[in-house]
Design a protein around this ligand. Structure first.
Ligand code: GDD
Ligand code: MN
Length: 361
């Protein structure tokens, strides 16, 4: 079974309708190659994992790692690679947006000595298909920043989710990869100490036929997360840093609204404070949903439930805040220090509890 020389790792979340078509496409593209597909599914509600198991009954080279209680594109890819024993591993999206017909060429480049071959949209005949100006702009911006971060191992498309690498390279970097977020390729390139032999194969990003994207809104946030992780992430969890940044923005917004309502519109202080608090919490929830917890972002009705929960958590978190601040203040700690200490305690509480219950993996 594990005589496969190429493992194709396919992270999936709600890709039920894409399972059979992508397997058919891989079979057509990889004739003559000893390959296996490893789907890594995060217990998709639409039954993606069940569908793969169904297909794998008569196809021993199709496997699925069914993760329960977990979410995340990068960690899915990493765990899929850990399951593989093949000499070469490719990562490809499960929605057919990547061009699987490029895989044989990528494999050939690997055999000719490359450490990693990147499927690129930004070189040669590559393209981004039907992307709008906003997404293209964001992607290009992230590409520039990404290459700034990389220095040694640059590529025209460090944000690509389509690439192939050798087992040696994976073994070298596996322990250093951040499992949060989506930017697995950038992470691999940044985590190797060596100057790698990076090669590229151009492809055009296809339009999605079934299901919907999980990333669009959070591309930027995801990227910011990786930057934080690669800089101060060693000391403080990147998500907490992002959560605190969002909290600071919320605080500024709060003060602006409070000031405008109270001073300009002469709204009574208590009412102005209530409105400002609510707006700040909504803003915090909204930005945390996109940036801090972009990989497990809530959508539709779940977002409403999540918001109510967040509101409750923040409400409870305000109690130790006020108590601690009051205690310190009565112990003659300067008002600003007492207030800030209360805020820090609340921030930790809000982060710990909401990452566990609102945006759980
Ligand atoms: N297991 C798992 N867990 N899979 C996931 C998760 C998750 O939390 N989130 C997304 N996926 C799977 C999807 O099911 C799909 O097969 C693949 O990862 C890519 O997700 P999409 O939601 O389709 O991403 P996209 O098309 O918007 O983004 C593409 O372009 C980005 C760069 O602009 C992808 O190729 C990204 O990898 C790439 O970084
Ligand atoms: Mn996609």
């Amino acid at each position: 079974m594990s005589e496969a020389e190429l493992s194709v790792i396919i992270p999936t979340y709600n890709e039920h309708d894409n399972v059979r078509p992508i397997i058919a496409k891989l079979e057509a593209a990889l004739t003559g190659i000893a390959w296996e597909a490893i789907f890594v599914d995060d217990d998709s509600p639409d039954g993606t994992a069940r569908e793969v198991k169904e297909v794998s009954k008569d196809k021993p080279n199709i496997k699925v790692l069914h993760r329960i209680g977990r979410r995340g594109l990068s960690s899915a890819c990493i765990e899929g690679m850990h399951l593989s024993t093949a000499a070469y591993m490719a990562v490809i999206d499960g929605d057919m947006q990547h061009d699987e017909t490029r895989l044989p060429l990528m494999l050939e480049r690997m055999k000719n000595g490359a450490d990693i071959v990147v499927g690129t949209r930004y070189a040669g005949e590559g393209g981004t298909g039907d992307w709008g100006a906003a997404r293209l702009g964001m992607s290009k911006f992230a590409t520039c920043l990404g290459n700034f971060l990389l220095r040694k191992n640059r590529t025209s498309d460090p944000m690509s989710g389509f690439f192939m690498l050798s087992r040696e390279l994976f073994d070298e970097v596996a322990g250093k990869l951040a499992s949060d977020g989506f930017k697995i390729l950038l992470d691999i390139l940044a985590s190797s100490k060596r100057k790698l032999k990076v090669q590229e194969v151009a492809y055009t990003f296809r339009t999605r036929e079934f299901g919907e994207s999980k990333l669009t809104l959070s591309v930027l946030g995801d990227f910011a997360m990786l930057l934080i992780d690669k800089s101060i992430g060693r000391f403080i969890p990147a998500k907490f840093v992002m959560f605190a940044v969002v909290g600071c923005i919320g605080l500024l917004l709060h003060l602006c609204i409070l000031g405008i309502l109270n001073l300009v519109f002469r709204v009574e202080f208590v009412y102005a404070q209530i409105v400002a608090t609510l707006v700040a919490i909504i803003c915090n929830f909204y930005f945390n949903n996109i940036f801090t917890f972009g990989d497990t972002a809530l959508k539709g009705f779940k977002r409403v439930v999540g918001f109510v929960l967040f509101l409750l958590i923040c409400g409870v978190g305000a109690i130790p805040n006020v108590m601690l601040a009051k205690y310190l203040y009565s112990g003659h700690i300067y008002w600003m220090g007492a207030g800030a200490a209360g805020l820090v305690v609340t921030a930790i509480w809000n982060y710990a509890v909401s990452s566990r219950f609102v945006w759980r993996k």
